[in-house]
Design a protein around this ligand. Structure first.
Ligand SMILES: [Zn+2]
Ligand SMILES: [Zn+2]
Length: 152
């Protein structure tokens, strides 16, 4: 937000690189507070460039805003390549394979499932919300309309 404001106003404080290219992804991070290692596929494959772009968007529109609200956001699962997704039994059209979905490590975040779901619902960009019996929560950036599902 701050960066966009600076671009519009031509303020002198320059955070972005030459020619206004975005800062992220860089060698280690998708955004200020989220490392590539947190969001990349757990199988160790190389994340394609278009997927990396999606992961940057996930950070900008979901993870960073959520972090501002609740302080701590811990990712359990982000991008999954098709073979890894199949291996763990993920849905065939999983948003994780596009780098548009996050499963949260809710216990590590110290927030109840109900509260986390409520906070995620307040973030406009999140149009897919999954609520799982094991306490897990999923959020993704699919196109509207918003879908909320529960496997209880
Ligand atoms: Zn993989
Ligand atoms: Zn998920």
């Amino acid at each position: 937000m701050l960066r966009k404001w600076e671009q519009r106003t031509g303020a002198t404080l320059k955070i972005e690189g030459e020619s206004g290219k975005p800062d992220y992804p860089n060698a280690t991070h998708y955004s200020e507070n989220f490392k590539k290692s947190e969001l990349d596929c757990k199988c160790g494959c190389k994340t394609p460039a278009d997927i990396q772009k999606n992961l940057v968007r996930v950070c900008d529109t979901m993870l960073e805003p959520l972090r501002l609200r609740i302080g701590t956001v811990v990712v359990l699962s982000g991008y999954r390549c098709p073979s890894y997704n199949a291996k763990i039994g993920g849905a065939k059209s999983s948003q994780h394979m596009q780098g548009k979905a996050i499963d949260f490590n809710r216990p590590a975040m110290g927030i109840s499932q109900e509260d986390l779901v409520a906070e995620i619902k307040r973030i406009d960009a999140v149009n897919g919300i999954g609520v799982y019996p094991n306490g897990g929560v999923h959020g993704d950036l699919r196109r509207p309309p918003r879908v909320v599902w529960s496997s209880f």
